[in-house]
Design a protein around this ligand. Structure first.
Ligand SMILES: [Zn+2]
Length: 220
């Protein structure tokens, strides 16, 4: 499967999972240091076809393809221009995560150990008007170390070294937001005690091969 086929498959998956509705969201993958594949605006991710995918440069100019470049391409460029190791960005509006974003609540307390390890701190990026520079600017304080970003009153951005990595982070975050929401309907969630959290971090690299940036840890 080539990169464009992989991107089309991820588009169909985010739509089937209900992470987007109608024309919501956009997905991208980096081809090389100068070229990015990205979904066009105004096409439902569930219906997207191979020939719909656009190629843009690092400034958001279309290099090939026929559709319109989404105004939300800035969300993608802010990541690619600041994180050389990242090759895929996914932006969606999944229901449970976006409900937390509507409450103005990021995921910054340790509840589920595997989420602590795979996603780290998920910051709430201050509300910004879509399509303006305000939106990528709201992500800037976290761009160097976060793997997922909650956009206040809007949605989510996840990133990965490849498309699969970005997709699984979106799926994992939405799954944990749903679980947390159900837990809160039954009571109040418990957080992992600090001593156990430190223990988890101490085995992260040796057991799971995960290196965690200090700025992304929940015990600071
Ligand atoms: Zn959006």
């Amino acid at each position: 499967m080539n990169l464009k086929e992989e991107l089309v498959e991820a588009c169909h998956k985010v739509y089937e999972r209900g992470f987007v509705s109608a024309y919501d969201g956009n997905l991208s993958a980096r081809i090389d240091e100068n070229k990015i594949l990205i979904t066009p605006s105004g096409v439902c991710k569930g219906d997207i076809k191979y020939e719909d995918i656009l190629e843009i440069d690092n400034y958001g100019n279309r290099i090939s393809g026929f559709g319109k470049v989404s105004t939300e391409n800035k969300i993608h460029l802010v990541i690619y221009n600041n994180r050389p190791e990242i090759n895929s960005v996914i932006h969606c509006h999944p229901v449970y995560c976006t409900a937390f974003a509507a409450l103005g609540e990021g995921f910054t307390t340790p509840v589920f150990p595997e989420v602590v390890l795979s996603l780290g701190k998920v910051p709430l990026c201050k509300y910004a008007t879509p399509s303006t520079e305000e939106l990528p600017n709201s992500m800037l304080p976290y761009v160097e170390f976060s793997w997922a970003f909650l956009l206040e009153s809007h949605g989510v951005v996840t990133i990965g070294k490849n498309i699969q990595g970005a997709f699984y982070r979106m799926e994992k975050l939405e799954h944990s937001a749903k679980t947390l929401s159900i837990a809160r309907s039954m009571g109040r969630e418990k957080t992992i005690p600090l001593v156990k959290l430190k223990e988890l971090y101490s085995i992260a690299e040796s057991t799971y091969g995960i290196k965690i940036d200090k700025r992304n840890r929940l015990d600071y």
